[in-house]
Design a protein around this ligand. Structure first.
Ligand SMILES: C[S@@+](CC[C@H](N)C(=O)[O-])C[C@H]1O[C@@H](n2cnc3c(N)ncnc32)[C@H](O)[C@@H]1O
Length: 243
């Protein structure tokens, strides 16, 4: 099951990117757990629209790589970093081209995570991964609205233990794991709009009828349950490894 990012590229930043959250939650965790230091050469693998490449480029030389030409094209206005279209399974870079590779919410999209981690170990000395442990993840009211969401995501996201084993097999001798919780408060109307615009790629994979019924459920249920502001909470897993 794969997501068509050529369709999502135009809307991607509008429903997902938030500079404060991107800096203080995602990038901070990736830097800390992955031990990514200023000045180090970084590969942003599965860079999407380049929202993290842009921020990292303030302190590091960055190469942004993605399979989707449309996502890379959407990164063009983001500033001064290199862009290379490529497949994570066959990275178009020489051995040790980078000090660190960052992989933020990408591994659930790819076919063979073991092969991708081997490719990263070839091109880079360190890696920092952001993912979700779907075995323990709860999606709250979204699960009520979209009954098949969790099962689809459980099938997509590689179990974290398997990622840790694959990192070791790829030659990353030391692996660190850290769970961090992202809490956000946003207007209920904004959250409904994010769902309508499919801010989680899984919403693109559920049957259309389920999506429409679930959206109607949230339009009624979120204001009733939360009033004006939606309190979102999500637990994410960060892995850092070095060889
Ligand atoms: C959920 S998005 C994450 C984008 C970005 N890291 C972020 O957090 O904003 C996943 C990205 O992975 C890319 N992707 C999927 N399969 C890939 C592959 N085999 N090689 C490189 N990129 C891939 C998609 O095109 C998409 O841009």
């Amino acid at each position: 099951m794969s997501v068509d990012y050529s369709r999502l590229a135009a809307d991607y930043d509008a429903v997902r990117a938030n500079e404060v959250v991107d800096r203080t939650f995602w990038l901070a965790a990736v830097r800390e757990v992955g031990d990514v230091r200023p000045g180090e050469r970084v590969l942003d693998l599965g860079c999407g629209t380049g929202r993290f490449s842009r921020l990292l480029a303030e302190t590091n030389p960055v190469v942004a790589t993605d399979l989707s030409a449309d996502m890379l094209a959407a990164s063009k206005e983001k500033g001064d970093f290199a862009r290379v279209r490529g497949d994570a399974h066959r990275l178009p870079f020489r051995r040790n081209a980078f000090d660190a590779t960052i992989v933020i919410m990408v591994l659930h999209q790819i076919e063979d995570h073991a092969q991708v981690l081997e490719e990263i170990a070839r091109a880079s000395r360190k890696v920092a991964i952001a993912t979700t442990d779907m075995g323990s993840r709860e999606l709250g009211v979204l699960e009520e609205a979209f009954p098949s969401l969790l099962a689809i995501d459980r099938a997509r996201f590689p179990p974290v233990e398997r990622l840790v084993a694959a990192l070791r097999a790829a030659g990353f001798a030391s692996v660190r794991r850290e769970e961090r919780t992202l809490r956000r408060s946003l207007p209920v109307a904004d959250q409904i709009d994010r769902v309508r615009r499919k801010y989680i790629s899984t919403l693109d994979l559920i049957p259309r009828r389920e999506f429409e019924e679930g959206l109607r459920y949230l339009e009624a249920e979120l204001p009733r349950r939360y009033g004006d502001r939606y309190e979102a909470s999500g637990r994410f897993t960060f892995l850092g490894a070095a060889r």
